[in-house]
Design a binder for this molecule. Structure first.
Ligand code: SAM
Length: 302
């Protein structure tokens, strides 16, 4: 079984990019009355304690959400771009009584934005996280609105697209623990575009020194271009490839250098997303940069 647990990484810089982008996509998609289906192929546990053992050992949220919060709370800080303001406000909703100790994963980010007639399908294969997710979702008393499926999200997705109302967002956010995940993502995108060409597909991926990771955005670009679909590609780098985290954080295991960068590739993005990200990405870079290699990119096509 897999060893990846998102609890180690919740609220890190990659989650900031991923969840802010998810908010920007959903805000637009819920403008139309017709029901929307959101399919999260790799959902995780849904809610995370930032003061729990996993999160404090990795210290990743201190280099993610905590930095963003501190950046905008500092004297003389700029006003957050709308996407970051909405992201911070959404996280704050989970921390009304307890400071910033709870972090919402993608299922809860999506749930906050969806309406009563929308549907949320959550796939999670790890038995422990699937149980945690089911327990967290049960608190919402969501009835048929939300389904938790302890199944392979790459395969299970197929039964939900196209959805009856032909409006859907697919978030594909694997752990890439297995090299085969990169190919599985490209196959998922190719197959899904054949089944449901007008769906919105948002893929998160790590930017690391591995050929498959470099190839994935190129493959997605080629697929989108061949299908004549628009795409948007955002990347955020917080430090040089092998650099250790420069800040000495008490209690944090600094031996592992941690992820330096990640990207979001969106096929059929809402037309509003580019403007939102072009305002938010420079602030994300400034708030999250750990060394002089910090950077962002934003490109689109199709
Ligand atoms: N999307 C979540 C979020 O943003 O809060 C984080 C998901 S985490 C990066 C990836 C998750 O996928 C892990 O919880 C892992 O157990 C799960 N997983 C791995 N392979 C899977 C598969 N084939 N189908 C469904 N879930 C899978």
């Amino acid at each position: 079984m897999f060893s990846y647990r998102h609890a180690f990484h919740a609220g890190n810089h990659a989650d900031v990019l991923k969840h802010a982008t998810l908010i920007g996509i959903l805000q637009h998609l819920v403008q139309k009355d017709a029901a929307l289906t959101v399919i999260d192929t790799h959902a995780g546990a849904g809610l995370y304690r930032l003061d729990g053992d996993y999160a404090t050992k990795s210290g990743e949220s201190l280099e993610g959400i905590a930095r963003v919060r501190a950046f905008f709370a500092a004297e003389g800080a700029p006003a957050p771009a709308p996407l970051l303001a909405d992201y911070l406000a959404l996280v704050a909703e989970f921390n009304k009584s307890s400071g910033a100790t709870v972090y919402p994963g993608s299922p809860f980010v999506a749930e906050r934005l969806l309406r009563g007639h929308d549907r949320l399908k959550l796939f999670e294969l790890h038995p422990t996280d699937a149980r945690a997710l089911a327990g967290n979702i049960a608190q919402l008393d969501a009835g048929r609105r939300i389904a938790v499926l302890s199944e392979d999200g790459f395969e299970g997705l197929k039964k939900f697209i196209p959805p009856p109302q032909r409006r859907a967002l697919v978030l594909c956010d694997p752990s890439y623990e297995m090299k085969s995940d990169y190919a599985a993502v490209a196959t998922m995108a190719a197959d899904s575009l054949k089944r449901f060409a007008t769906g919105t597909y948002a893929v998160w991926y790590p930017i690391i020194g591995r050929a498959e990771a470099h190839d994935l955005p190129r493959r997605l670009k080629t697929l989108a271009n061949q299908a004549r679909k628009p795409w948007l590609h955002a990347t955020l780098t917080v430090k040089g490839g092998k650099a250790p985290t420069p800040t000495a954080l008490p209690g944090v295991d600094h031996k592992r250098p941690g992820l330096p960068a990640s990207g979001m590739f969106v096929i059929n993005p809402p037309h509003t997303l580019r403007a939102l990200l072009s305002e938010a990405l420079p602030q994300m870079k400034t708030a999250l940069e750990q060394d002089s290699r910090a950077a962002f990119t934003l490109e689109n096509g199709g």
